[in-house]
Design a protein around this ligand. Structure first.
Ligand code: HEM
Length: 357
């Protein structure tokens, strides 16, 4: 869809809004028929459809949806509560992509900035609104995901974020938690944000095996990743051991060193274990931490969360992959009982790569 056409749909949507009073909460009915809490948000419904069609293959939880979530993190984390870093969730990673994609921790992210840039240019959104709306939509395409908040109205970013703000899989837990704390996040919030690795794969950790997932259900936003990161590793999925990678329990799966160390560290092990098979906990904590992440450094935004499509639920419960059981778990939390989990029948699986990587 061309820019002119999209703009005219947006204009019609805005021109024909009417206010309705639904009980105690004032709602606005847009010309498109959708309702929202604020007339400003009407302009976003056509953009949501445009992003679904042009970025996410009509609403899939595929490679682009995963990357859009990762991009929102790499954009926003360039921030410090003490000042002196970047503008936070401001879209600088998209607007100043030439600078930020050159940072080592942003390896592979040029794929998604390239994809998003042309789609962004066909909307009227600021770079920050685009990056963080796309992340909310893309994440919501994954069954089991919470419906993420979307706050509207970020100004254009003023500069690229500085280098060395994005954690690397080779970093120690102390350094990762310190970086999160510097951006305003507790250890519990850091673990909650790592729920994102439930819908994730690596392209550049081992470039010989692009699209290698972090769990066996990369198309579902479930707690499987918290379980599988704890399973004893036996092999590397690709070209031997790479920096930032530790032995993986399943063929075709990659285990990040940082995820594994966080699952084992005394500061985070019980937070990690508590996520396992507790879909509600993961959804609630991830949603709250993302709401904070996606508004870092921003103020005066309008709540347009109701433009974000409602994700499909995850039926659950999660299971051990075939041939695995509690005997294979490297339990590091000794103050809480490990949940009882069934095992999928059959031989040990080989996890398929995420297509399109
Ligand atoms: C300790 C902090 C973190 C580290 C060290 C880390 C590291 C990584 C690495 C190395 C990859 C694979 C990159 C590649 O080879 O293509 C990756 C992928 C990913 N990360 Fe993280 N990450 C962290 C936190 C987060 C957070 C907080 C989020 C989101 C809130 C996130 C979302 C993702 C997603 C969705 C992917 C998959 C992208 C795709 O499949 O295209 N990560 N991460």
């Amino acid at each position: 869809m061309a820019f002119a056409r999209l703009s005219s749909i947006v204009a019609i949507a805005l021109a024909a809004t009417q206010v309705a009073n639904a009980g105690l909460t004032k709602r606005v009915t847009c010309s498109t028929g959708q309702t929202t809490a604020n007339a400003k948000c009407c302009a976003l419904f056509p953009v949501v459809d445009f992003i679904q069609q042009n970025l996410f293959d009509g609403g899939e939880c595929g490679e682009e949806a995963h990357s859009a979530l990762r991009l929102s993190f790499h954009d926003a984390i360039g921030f410090s509560i003490h000042g002196g870093k970047g503008g936070g969730a401001d879209g600088s990673i998209l607007a100043f992509n030439q600078t930020e994609t050159a940072f080592h921790a942003n390896g592979g992210i040029d794929d998604i900035t390239d994809r998003q840039f042309t789609v962004w240019q066909q909307t009227d959104l600021s770079a920050g609104d685009f990056v963080h709306l796309a992340a909310a939509i893309g994440t919501g395409n994954c069954p089991g995901a919470p419906r993420l908040q979307f706050m509207f109205g970020r100004p254009a970013p003023v500069a690229a974020a500085p280098d060395l703000t994005v954690p690397e899989p080779t970093d120690s837990v102390t350094s990762i938690l310190a970086r999160f704390a510097d951006a305003g996040f507790s250890a519990a919030e850091a673990v909650a944000l790592l729920s994102s690795h439930s819908v994730a794969a690596a392209d550049v950790v081992d470039p010989t095996i692009p699209g290698t997932p972090f769990d066996s259900t990369a198309g579902t936003f479930d707690t499987q990743v918290f379980l599988e990161v704890l399973l004893k590793g036996t092999a590397f999925p690709g070209n031997g051991s790479q920096p930032g990678e530790v032995l993986s329990p399943l063929a075709g799966e990659m285990r990040l060193q940082s995820d594994f160390l966080i699952s084992q560290d005394a500061r985070t092990a019980c937070l990690w274990q508590a996520m396992i098979n507790d879909q509600n906990r993961m959804m609630t904590q991830f949603k709250a931490a993302m709401a904070k992440l996606q508004t870092l450094g921003q103020k005066g935004l309008t709540d347009c969360s109701d433009v974000v499509p409602v994700p499909a639920p995850f039926a659950g419960p999660i299971k051990f992959p075939a041939s695995f059981s509690q005997a294979d778990v490297q339990i590091a939390c000794h103050t809480a009982r490990f949940p009882t989990i069934q095992t999928v029948a059959g031989p040990a699986p080989t996890v398929a790569p995420v297509p399109g990587s």
